[in-house]
Structure formats: C-alpha cells, structure tokens
Design a protein around this ligand. Structure first.
Ligand code: APR
Length: 279
C-alpha cells in the first residue's frame, strides 16, 4: 500500500462527516465519456474522447445554441442527443460507485455529484445531491416534476435515435421519438431536468451540497477536472473549514492527497483500507 493511500485511509477512517464529490471521471469506466479528456487519452479513439471535443460547448451545451444548431445542422443535433442518451442508458455502476455506497452505510456520507447518470443511486447510494440534474427526470420550464423515465425507456429512445440520425427529416422524427422526454404536454413544454451552461444549479441539491462541504472533515473528490464553477468551489469550501481533501484521478489534481489512478481501481482500495480496521 502506498504512503498516500495509507494516509488517506486514516483520514477517511477517522472522519465523522464525509463528502464524496464526483464528476464524469467516476463514470468513465461505466462506458460514459468524460467531457474534456483529450482524444489521445483514449488511444486516439475519438469515439470515447471528451464530449466537448466532439460537440462544441457553444453549439450544444446551451439551450440557445441547441436551437440554433437544430436549424443549421439538424443531423448533428440528433447525433448529439443520441450520444448523450445511449451511453447512460446502457451504463451500470462500476466498483467505484459500489465502494461509495458501502462507505455511505458505514460513515456519515453525503454524495455531491455533477453527473446526470443516476449511477450512484443505481449502486444503492441514497444521500445524493445532483448539482447538474438528472437525465431521467422530466420537468416543466420552472423545474416542476412531470415524470421520471427509467433506464429501459431511455435505452428505447436511444435505439430509435440511432436509426433516425441517418435517415430523412431528422428533427421532426427525433422530436416524435423523444416526446416523453422533451416536448409539449398538457403542462406546456417539458424537458429533461438538466443544468446547461448559464443555468442555475439544481436546488435544494446545491444548498445541501455546499452545506455538507462546509461541515465535513473529509472531502473525497473523484474524477473532477475542477474547471466548472460553482461546483468546483466545493473542495475549497471544505478546505476553508478545516477539512482534508483527497483526490482520485489519473491526472495530477490539486488536493491534500492525490491518489493517482482510475476511480474503479483506487476507490475500492481506499474504502477497504479505511474501513478494514474497524476499531
Ligand atoms: N477515473 C477517475 N478519473 C478519471 C477517469 C477515471 N477512469 N477518466 C478521466 N478522469 C478524470 C479526468 O482526468 C478529469 O479530471 O475525470 C475528470 C473529467 O473531467 P471533465 O471531463 O471536465 O468532467 P467534469 O469535471 O465532471 O466536468 C464538470 O462540466 O461540462 C460540464 O456539466 C458538465 O458536469 C460537467 C462539468
């Protein structure tokens, strides 16, 4: 066991309140592409390179950009929606999600995630704050709940989009395929409960997540690039209140302790080392 892992395990073992702050990196080994990884990080395979390398933020990550792209490059919009839905619909929790769910059973733990894939909940975690929303939740424009889709329903939509993206009249056919997820209903426009650039973070998730970070004595950051505010403030908020920050990431990451490696490999090692000597 490395000195860093031994030290990090002691911090987690002795922590009274823990926050686990996760980003796209924790779901990479569940088959969901991250947003900013360079193509060469995936042996040049552009298909799994960071999402925003394939779909520029200004064209796809804001509602005005999406509407403009639907007019100017409709087939690319269908491809974008398909690339968002398909990996998440087929994803299952990996050992990192399961290790965090086990930690949550043994210690007072709040999970604050930037991810929309529901994999923490699928692994059994219950105290999950979703800062950027959930792809399964359908809401009105003022974020009132309309319905919740499950993974099988999302998978069926993704399969229809696979066919549509190569066919004729892509946008009208896409809108018909996604109508329960995005469209007009008796409550007016309904859409996925997602936070795009320029949107406010989901509440009460953000208020609860920030409060948990300010009150914890250990924050474990897993698979976060730390470039998107205000979510990236959470480790700083924890640290400013005396907490120790542990980061799990293959890339060097600012933290008290950086554990180099993938989430699915390192997270179970950390949790096992922390909880193995229950004394
Ligand atoms: N295990 C752990 N970490 C990994 C792995 C892995 N297998 N693979 C990649 N990473 C790391 C990368 O090194 C990087 O630090 O995960 C991080 C992914 O960074 P981003 O792609 O920027 O994802 P994230 O930090 O979640 O982005 C934050 O930006 O575009 C918005 O809404 C989007 O929620 C997202 C937010």
């Amino acid at each position: 066991m490395s000195n860093e892992l031994r030290e990090a395990a002691a911090i987690v073992r002795n922590a009274a309140k823990i926050v686990v702050f996760t980003g796209a990196g924790i779901s990479a080994e569940s088959g969901i592409p991250t947003f900013r990884d360079e193509p060469e990080a995936h042996s040049g395979n552009d298909d799994t390179a960071g999402f925003w390398h394939r779909f520029p933020v200004e064209e796809f990550a804001t509602w005005p950009g999406l509407i403009r792209s639907a007019r100017q490059q409709p087939r690319r919009v269908v491809e974008f929606v398909h690339h968002v839905l398909a990996p998440i619909a087929d994803a299952r929790p990996n050992p990192a999600h399961h290790a965090i769910s086990y930690l949550e059973q043994e210690r007072s733990t709040t999970i604050v995630t930037q991810n929309i894939d529901g994999l923490h909940q699928a692994a059994g975690s219950v105290n999950v704050q979703e800062l950027h929303g959930s792809i399964f939740e359908v809401v009105t424009r003022d974020r009132r709940p309309v319905r919740e889709l499950d993974r099988a329903q999302l998978s069926r939509i993704a399969k229809r989009l696979e066919r549509i993206r190569r066919g004729w009249l892509p946008i009208p056919r896409m809108l018909w395929a996604v109508r329960r997820w995005l469209g007009l209903g008796w409550r007016g426009l309904h859409l996925p409960n997602l936070v795009l650039f320029g949107d406010a973070l989901c509440e009460p998730d953000w208020t609860r997540g920030l409060a948990a970070a300010e009150a914890c004595d250990c924050l474990i950051q897993i698979g976060c690039s730390g470039v998107v505010l205000p979510a990236a403030m959470l480790p700083l908020a924890a640290k400013s209140n005396g907490a120790r920050v542990i980061a799990i990431d293959p890339q060097p990451t600012e933290a008290d302790i950086w554990l180099s490696g993938s989430a699915a490999q390192v997270t179970p090692q950390l949790v096992a080392a922390a909880l193995s000597r229950q004394s």
